[in-house]
Design a protein around this ligand. Structure first.
Ligand code: ADP
Ligand code: MG
Length: 750
């Protein structure tokens, strides 16, 4: 029996999903798989696990997967609180951290975590129920999990250890799961939760600002706040940097003195005020225990961050003496309580959005996509929607990736608008015209169709799914993408091409069913991309392993340097940026080493940076002083630990450990490291275009790759920019101003 507090019970009764408890539990009893659709905020995530618990499904663990870390952590806390149970019983597990115990009965986790568990125990015997949440987001792991579970559930039932599968979606568009004979022979029942959604009036802009939509969002929010009756405002932007910049502008326009009414420790607040007055640059405060690293694909909208990486408490208080204030006169008469919300925000900061704003203020949450369906913020009456999302795009042929801000889909825009009508009728202000909306695609595409799949293919082969083409994907990746993945894995030695018979049809089939090799199994146990996994698998030679681990961690985390090329708001800031750029350039030169090390290029710089930072104790100050992103460095530290464990598990005799005082590699080791890097990045080879071949000026200093017609370049900040070696391998190509190779290392011509 669950002993809930009266106020919790009262709040629960208002949730639409409560009305469907009987229907849902009956469907679950009678069917192995059930689909539940209900508007965001109807109570699916917080209540359905409780229904199952109370109906006696906690003989094993009730597992719930979330595509976003934010949701896994925050929902586990919420459900524990609602049920009046300890976090030993209602727990979470995300990539590097969790609070799961032997007593855990309800476990929230990211979808990647469950996939890893399936690798250890295909039948998931510790679980009695799996709930796949936010299935409408169509994240890659969610799709794969549904495919796998469509097989696991019948197997479990056949074995007499029954298991239930629930798929939950915020939209009614679930045909990819239900009308899919390959997936479920008998279509699972779909239960619709009718949410009491209040009408939302949608206002389109007459024109569509193409450039400065953050500025437009600022104007609109100011107008709403000045002219319209009380009610929270939720602004949708595309990334962390914009979120912070808008938060800052709004706080300056409508200052709200922190600590005045808030239930924070006032002495702490006064201290902060004093600190702010002294105008010393303050360092971000990050609680290591609350730090969480990214699963492979999550939080892309935060990836390019750099500006205001951490919320700088002091500068938020620093009202009034900044020249950039001039644009809007600060109006302290109507305080606005402004909060940011995005995937990488620390949990205690995230939790603020659920609390009522201080009396006499209006709540304004500036968010990325997280607020679209994962988290429901109470009391929102106005939504301001920029209509865009930031996504990582991959070129299917070349693998070139780039971040692009694109229009969202109509379905997403409507989800965003819906956030305004949760508690009373609301308004949604779209910063684009109705004509532009008409051109949006109806739905967002499943992620699996938009990215390379070599990591997924390797994971599946490790699960002994040899014919990945036959896998019951809710939406299948293209045959082209699957062939490319198998070919890459064959070239890395992870798969073996079966003997060829010569007949074209069979050849084609064989290409898509290569069995996994022992090397492939070892690679699959490392939680990094197959190219890097290969490096780890070969890292044993010449005592190079600790370097390979550090390097792979740095390459996986990406963006280890701060973006110092960002536009500066003030002259003061601008001169500081110039100084810091100079310092970073100097440090890069130092980290690049000398002699043989130089040829390892950008990878040596990364290794040097990781080594130096760790030597200095990985402090925020060291990072700030040397142009490194503190968050990235902490993530690298964690990943190094995790990779070290993984390598020791596969190969105990190497007994590698994380050495905080890692000395730079010897010349001999550098040679060895370059070979190891080449084995992983062999298909990322580029050759400098010979001077006599440069007919077209666009090829000057360009490199030719195997797959592209156009040249690629070494970036001016690269350690090899001046050397321009004849052959290089690169980590990835990013399209920014030009096609630039990143993570470049020189290869000896033979
Ligand atoms: P759904 O999964 O259907 O979108 P949820 O179960 O996430 O719905 O949310 C149900 C309700 O619980 C919402 O009104 C939401 O605001 C509230 N809620 C969720 N998390 C918290 C929290 N940490 N604190 C207070 N209220 C919360
Ligand atoms: Mg939910």
């Amino acid at each position: 029996p669950v002993d809930r507090l009266p106020e919790i019970q009262e709040a629960r009764l208002k949730l639409p999903v409560l009305a469907e408890e009987q229907v849902i539990m009956e469907a679950v009893r009678e069917n192995p798989c059930v689909v539940i659709c209900g508007e965001t905020g109807s109570g699916k995530t917080t209540q359905v696990p409780q229904f199952l618990y109370e109906a006696g499904y906690a003989s094993g663990i009730i597992g719930i997967t979330e595509p976003r870390r934010v949701a896994a952590v925050s929902m586990s806390h919420r459900v524990a609180k609602e049920m009046n149970l300890s976090t030993r019983v209602v727990s979470y597990q995300i990539r590097y951290e969790g609070n799961v115990t032997d007593d855990t009965k309800i476990k929230f986790m990211t979808d990647g975590v469950l996939l890893k568990e399936i690798q250890k125990d295909f039948l998931l015997q510790r679980y009695s129920v799996i709930i796949i949440d936010e299935a409408h987001e169509r994240s890659v792991y969610t799709d794969i999990l549904i495919g796998l579970l469509s097989r696991i559930v019948p197997l479990r039932n056949k074995k007499g250890i029954p298991m239930k599968l629930l798929v939950m979606s915020a939209t009614l568009r679930v045909e990819d799961f239900t009308d899919n004979q390959k997936l479920f022979r008998t279509p699972p029942p779909v239960i619709k939760v009718d949410a009491r959604q209040f009408p939302v009036t949608v206002h389109f802009n007459k024109r569509t600002p193409l450039e400065d939509f953050t500025g437009e969002a600022f104007q609109k929010t100011c107008k709403i706040h000045r002219m319209l009756p009380p009610g929270g405002i939720l602004v949708f932007l595309t990334g962390q940097a914009e979120v912070h910049s808008l938060c800052r502008r709004l706080r300056k326009a409508f200052p709200f003195r922190k600590g005045a009414d808030e239930e924070t420790d006032t002495s702490e607040t006064t201290r902060k005020f004093k600190k702010a007055k002294q105008k010393k640059p303050s360092l971000p405060r990050i609680d290591l225990d609350n730090y969480s690293a990214l699963p492979v694909d999550e939080g892309d909208e935060d990836r390019e961050a750099g500006i205001g990486d951490e919320e700088d408490e002091a500068s938020d208080l620093d009202i009034g003496d900044d020249p950039s204030n001039a644009e809007v006169k600060a109006d302290p008469s109507i305080p606005l309580y402004v909060l940011p919300l995005y995937s990488l925000l620390a949990p205690e900061q995230q939790a603020k959005v659920f609390r009522p704003p201080p009396p006499g203020t209006r709540l304004c949450v500036v968010a990325t996509n997280v607020a679209e369906t994962s988290l429901t913020i109470p009391g929102i009456k106005y939504v301001v929607d920029c209509g865009r999302v930031k996504k990582r795009f991959y070129d299917r042929v070349t693998g070139v990736s780039s971040f692009k801000i694109t229009w969202t889909s109509q379905a997403s825009a409507n989800q965003r608008a819906g956030r305004a009508g949760r508690t009373e009728p609301g308004h949604c202000y779209r910063l684009y015209s109705s004509a532009v909306f008409g051109d949006f695609s109806l739905f967002s595409e499943a992620e699996i169709t938009r990215r390379p799949v070599e990591d997924l293919v390797l994971q599946m082969k490790d699960l002994n799914i040899d014919k990945v083409v036959n896998f019951p994907f809710p939406t299948s990746p293209s045959a082209e993408a699957l062939v490319a993945a198998e070919q890459l894995l064959v070239s890395l030695g992870a798969l073996k091409e079966p003997p060829q018979t010569g007949r074209i049809k069979e050849l084609k089939r064989a290409k898509l069913s290569c069995p996994i090799t022992p090397l492939g199994r070892a690679m699959a146990s490392f939680p990094v991309a197959p190219r890097y996994a290969k490096m780890l698998a070969l890292g044993k030679q010449q005592d190079c392993l600790q370097y390979v681990i550090a390097l792979v961690a740095a390459m996986t985390v990406r963006e280890i340097f701060e973006d110092l090329d960002r536009p500066a708001g003030t002259e003061d800031e601008s001169s500081k940026l110039t100084q810091r750029r100079a310092r970073l350039t100097q440090m890069r030169r130092l980290w690049a080493g000398q002699g043989a090390s130089l040829l390892l290029g950008d990878l040596m710089v990364m290794l040097g940076a990781v080594g130096a930072c760790e030597f200095a104790g990985c402090t925020p100050k060291f990072c700030e002083d040397n142009g490194l992103r503190y968050k990235a460095m902490v993530e690298i530290r964690r990943l190094r630990g995790q990779l070290t464990n993984a390598v020791n598990a596969v190969c105990p005799e190497v007994a590698v450990f994380v050495d905080p005082k890692m000395t730079p590699p010897t010349e001999h080791q550098v040679v060895c490291l370059r070979q190891i890097v080449l084995t992983g990045l062999g298909d990322h080879l580029a050759r400098r275009v010979q001077v006599e071949d440069v007919l077209d000026p666009k090829w000057k200093n360009g490199y030719k790759t195997a797959l592209m017609d156009d040249p690629v370049f070494i970036h001016p900040t690269s350690a090899l920019f001046k050397t321009l070696p004849e052959f290089v391998v690169y980590q990835e190509i990013m399209e920014t101003a030009k096609m630039y190779m990143r993570g470049v290392s020189a290869v000896e011509a033979e």
